[in-house]
Design a protein around this ligand. Structure first.
Ligand code: NAD
Ligand code: UGA
Length: 315
C-alpha cells in the first residue's frame, strides 16, 4: 500500500501512520500543525512517525497543491480536521467548516484526477447522531447532530458518499465513537482524568456526569481503518466504530480512582451545549462488512492510558 494519512501529527492519525509502517507500507503523513492544542505534542507525534519511516509533509489541506501529494497514492486515510464538540460554537465555527467541510471537498475533487486511488477512508464521528432516537444506534438511524462540529462531520461524510455515487470515488466513512488511549488529545476527558490521577490536578465535570459514552480504544480504531482500506467494500459505505463499553463519566471516574489508587478532586459545572446525553453504536454492520470487532476493553485501555500519562509526566 502507498498510503497518505492526513492529520498524521494528531492523536489517531499518528497511531495509524505508525501501524501502517509496522505493516511495511509506504506512508506519507500530512498535517498543518493547527494550534487547537499544544503544537509541541503534535511535533512529538510527527517525530515519532518520522522515526518509524513515515515521510512527512507539513501542509494545509486547504492550500496545498494536492496533485503532487496524491501522486502514486492508492489509499487515503483522511483524518485531518478540527475536532472538539463543545468548542464548535460562535466564531470558531469558521475553522470547523474550513478544516472539516472545505478541506474534505478539496481532497475529494483532487481524488477525481487520481489514477492510482483505490480507497479513501474518512474519519467521521458518532457526533453526527446527536441525541439518537434509539440505542444501540445503527448507521441507518436518522442523523440529527446537536453540535456545530457534528454538523460539519455529517456534511463531510455526505460529501464522501456523494463523490462515491457521482464519480466512483471509493470512499468509506468510519464513525468513530469517543476514542481514547495513549496520546489522546489534551481537551478530552480521559487525558484530563489521567493527568489528575498522576499529577493531582483538578477535574471539571460538565453536567451530572451521568452522560454515557461508547468509548473506543485507539488501536481498535486503527484496525478498523486498516480493514476499511483492504477489504472489499461498496463505495460510499458508512460504518460505526464503537468499543461496546457503554459507561457513564461518573463510572469512568471510579475506574480511574481504583486503578490509580488515589482520590480525585472533582468540580462539577453546568452541562456544555453540544454534549450528547448518550452514545452507543451498533456494530453489526462493521462486523459483517470488515470482520472487525473491538479487542481492548475499557479497564485495560484505561490502564494503558494511565501508564502512558505517568511515563509522559516523568519526561
Ligand atoms: P487531532 O486534532 O489530534 O488530529 C487532527 C489533525 O488534523 C491535527 O494534527 C491537525 O493539525 C490536523 N489538521 C486540521 N486541519 C488541517 C488542515 N486543514 N490541513 C492539514 N492538517 C489539518 O484529532 P484526533 O482526535 O486525532 O481526531 C482525528 C480525526 O478523527 C478528526 O477528523 C476527528 O474529527 C475524528 N474523530 C475523532 C474522535 C476522537 O474521539 N478522537 C472521534 C470521532 C471522530
Ligand atoms: C469525542 C471527541 O472529542 C470528538 O472529536 C469526537 O467527534 C467525539 O468523541 C465522537 O465520538 O464523535 P466526546 O465524546 O465529547 O467527544 O469526548 P470527551 O471529550 O472525552 O468527553 C467525554 C465526556 O466527558 C463528555 O460528556 C464530556 O462532557 C465529559 N468531560 C470531558 C468532562 O466532564 N470533563 C472534561 O474535562 C472533559
Amino acid at each position: 500500500m502507498h498510503a497518505l494519512v492526513t492529520g498524521a501529527a494528531g492523536f489517531v492519525g499518528s497511531h495509524l501512520a505508525k501501524r501502517l509502517r509496522d505493516d511495511d507500507h509506504d506512508v506519507v503523513g500530512l498535517d498543518s500543525f493547527t494550534d487547537y492544542y499544544d503544537v509541541a505534542l503534535k511535533r512529538a507525534n510527527a517525530d515519532g512517525a518520522v522515526r518509524a519511516g513515515v515521510k512527512f509533509v507539513e501542509a494545509d489541506l486547504n492550500e496545498v497543491d494536492l496533485r503532487g501529494v496524491l501522486d502514486g497514492v492508492d489509499v487515503i486515510f483522511h483524518l485531518a480536521g478540527q475536532p472538539g464538540v463543545r468548542s464548535s460554537w460562535g466564531d470558531e465555527f469558521a475553522t470547523y467548516t474550513r478544516c472539516n467541510v472545505e478541506a474534505t471537498q478539496k481532497l475529494l475533487e483532487a481524488s477525481r484526477d487520481s489514477r492510482s486511488l483505490r480507497r479513501l477512508v474518512f474519519a467521521s464521528s458518532s457526533s453526527i447522531y446527536g441525541d439518537a432516537e434509539r440505542f444501540p444506534t445503527s448507521e441507518s438511524d436518522r442523523p440529527q447532530p446537536i453540535s456545530p462540529y457534528g454538523v460539519t462531520k455529517l456534511a463531510a461524510e455526505h460529501l464522501c458518499s456523494l463523490y462515491a455515487s457521482s464519480f466512483d470515488i471509493p470512499t468509506v466513512s468510519l464513525r468513530y465513537f469517543t476514542v481514547y488511549g495513549p496520546g489522546q488529545r489534551p481537551d478530552m476527558a480521559f487525558t484530563r482524568f489521567a493527568q489528575a490521577a498522576v499529577r493531582g490536578s483538578e477535574i471539571t465535570i460538565f453536567g451530572s456526569g451521568e452522560q454515557v459514552r461508547d468509548f473506543t480504544y485507539v488501536d481498535d480504531v486503527v484496525e478498523a481503518n486498516v480493514l476499511a482500506a483492504t477489504c472489499d467494500v461498496t463505495p460510499g459505505t458508512v460504518l460505526n466504530v464503537a468499543g461496546g463499553s457503554y459507561t457513564s463519566v461518573n463510572e469512568v471516574l471510579d475506574v480511574f480512582r481504583e486503578l490509580a489508587s488515589t482520590e480525585l478532586t472533582v468540580t462539577r459545572v453546568e452541562a456544555m451545549a453540544g454534549d450528547v446525553r448518550r452514545t452507543g453504536g451498533d456494530t453489526a454492520a462493521i462486523r459483517s462488512v470488515l470482520g472487525w470487532r473491538p479487542v481492548v476493553g475499557l479497564r485495560e485501555g484505561i490502564e494503558r492510558q494511565l501508564k502512558w500519562a505517568a511515563e509522559s509526566d516523568l519526561r
